[in-house]
Design a protein around this ligand. Structure first.
Ligand SMILES: Nc1nc2c(c(=O)[nH]1)N[C@H]1C(S)=C(S)[C@@H](COP(=O)(O)O)O[C@H]1N2
Ligand SMILES: [Mo]
Length: 519
């Protein structure tokens, strides 16, 4: 709605005062041109790759979004507090409704890969393309400032804003002011818009993307939260979509052949070559979309591994080193905390639950010198710690809660892993979404971090059955799926390759999630 205000003002101005004066344009020619002009090859290539990466980002982003199709500005994600809901469903009050129940279908024509709950694959595409997008942006901006081309984009005088407004009043009244030849310079509105795209929207999207990371949010918890970042990230996406539509329309309406020659072949003439090659370029982008769908369904494991090969070393060197702080207060605990996962159906768990887990024994074994079996009270006696943190589900929702339990470090010190042990496996009583026992692994280094607990309590009460009784894992700089609920036993191993399908967890095996999700 707010976006229409300038349009209304523009209509009012034109109705009252007429269209503002825009000075006539001087004819351009190569010989008379002063200042930077033309489109060097690097501009044209960056333009193409930017289009490719941006469309892939928008499409994979839509798949991610529909896995939790609600956007909020508050941290607790209580149903009904969202400012926009892209789902016809409100949460039923009479039965359990998990975040996974809430995921929605989206057409593969609009999204990559589309369908329902395909977030693992969508994230691989999103991250791979974000690397491309950032590299393109860095190359573009460095070349911009190492040549004179920056002068075409960066406003150097305040009058640009006045001129841009005048041009906007013309457009808003469906009138085309005399257009400069973009080969030699942009009109003021065009310049400001391009400047905004490169220097505001790009950095904003990257910053809000980073601000959804559990590692960063739980470290810098006073810098806003994941939901505001998610909402702004979404609005930036809408901004790109609007920009692409308006930009393409104006390119077509203000001299299509000539404009296409500018940006595709770098010449300023009226021949058909730019248009033809431009359509070929668009065809290549469409082909990339199709190939991406093919890879998503036929080679998802390859895609997952490619994404891991690039992202894992980057995360290990950066986000994974950022220790979670303990900066939330208990009174900030969320009134609603979305439940996720399938309740255990095993008889032994049900029997234990009926008896409040008095008979429960946590088995800790594998590559350790001192395997143990511990009751809940023996565990408590090892010493408990507590903190209040924000939980980040891969699907997009968050919730603040207090957790109390035994630091994994204490347990590790007790059982003494052998030098061969590098991986800790947490087995659950529950099953995964697609059947088979739920389990997840952690690198031994990561469970030694201070914010890694075997939690017995949530918000100052024993864990309820729904939230993982009798024990669940907390690893506050990672995403929620790593935090196994209803823990049955723990095993130390050489590598995650020896358990399940060897990808590092049930979600990694079945849904192509990341091995180390710090973001
Ligand atoms: N056993 C088991 N643990 C699990 C899951 C599951 O499906 N089974 N889901 C995980 C996911 S995706 C999240 S976000 C959190 C959710 O925890 P909550 O139910 O307390 O919100 O649990 C994690 N632990
Ligand atoms: Mo999750």
């Amino acid at each position: 709605m707010l976006a229409f205000v300038p349009v209304l003002v523009a209509w009012g101005q034109a109705a009252r005062f007429g269209l503002p004066y825009i000075p006539p344009l001087l004819p351009y020619s190569e010989s008379a041109a002063t200042g930077p002009h033309g489109f060097p090859m690097w501009v044209r290539y960056c333009h193409f790759f930017n289009f490719l990466f941006l469309t892939m980002l928008i499409r994979s982003g839509l798949s991610i979004l529909m896995d939790h199709p609600r956007l909020y500005f508050n941290n607790d994600c209580t149903p009904g507090t969202e400012w926009i809901r892209l789902s016809p469903l409100s949460v039923p009050a009479d039965r359990m409704w998990t975040a996974k129940d809430d995921a929605r279908y989206i057409s593969p024509l609009a999204a990559l890969p589309g369908y329902r709950h395909t977030i693992g694959i969508a994230r691989s595409w999103h991250f791979l393309n974000v690397y491309g997008f950032i590299i393109t942006g860095l190359i573009f901006v460095s070349l911009l400032f190492s040549t004179t081309q920056w002068q075409r984009l960066v406003p150097t005088s305040g009058t640009v804003f006045v001129q841009a407004w005048s041009t906007f009043v013309h457009y808003a009244n469906f009138h085309f002011p005399p257009e400069p030849n973009g080969y030699y310079g942009y009109n003021a509105l065009q310049q400001l818009t391009y400047f905004g795209m490169v220097f505001v929207m790009g950095p904003l999207s990257i910053a809000t993307g980073l601000a959804m990371s559990p590692a960063l949010v739980n470290h810098f918890s006073r810098f806003g939260g994941r939901q505001a970042a998610r909402s702004i990230h979404f609005m930036a996406m809408l901004g790109y979509v609007v920009f692409i539509i308006v930009h393409v329309t104006l390119v077509a309406l203000t001299g299509f052949m000539r404009n296409m020659n500018h940006i595709v072949v770098g010449t300023d003439d009226l021949g058909p070559l730019g248009m033809i090659l431009g359509f070929v370029g668009i065809g290549v982008v469409l082909l990339c979309w199709v190939v991406a769908h093919y890879v998503s369904w036929k080679r998802p494991r390859r895609l997952q591994h490619l994404q891991r090969t690039i992202s894992l070393p980057l995360l290990l060197a950066t986000f994974n080193r950022v220790a979670p702080g303990q900066r939330y207060r208990i009174d900030e605990a969320s009134p609603h905390f979305w439940p996720n996962g399938k309740m255990p159906e095993r008889e032994d768990w049900k029997r234990l639950a009926a008896d409040h887990f008095r008979e429960y024994r946590l088995q800790v074994g594998g590559l350790v010198e001192n395997p143990v079996e511990l009751s809940l009270s023996e565990l408590q006696a090892l010493g408990m710690e507590e903190f209040v943190t924000m939980h980040h589900c891969i699907q997009g929702w968050t919730g603040i809660a207090q957790w109390k339990g035994v630091p994994m470090k204490t347990l590790v010190d007790l059982v003494k892993p052998t030098p061969a042990a590098h991986t800790v496996v947490f087995y659950s009583f529950g099953k995964g979404l697609y059947g088979g026992d739920y389990y997840e692994t952690q690198r031994l280094e990561d469970v030694l971090q201070p914010a890694c607990l075997l939690a017995l309590e949530m918000n100052q009460r024993s864990l309820s059955d729904l939230y993982g009784a009798p024990l669940r894992l907390r690893v506050e700089n990672q995403l929620g799926y790593k935090m196994v609920k209803w823990i049955e036993r723990i095993e130390f191993m050489e590598s995650e390759k020896h358990v399940g399908q060897g990808e590092g967890g049930k979600n990694e095996d079945d849904e192509y999630f990341d091995l180390l999700p710090n973001i």
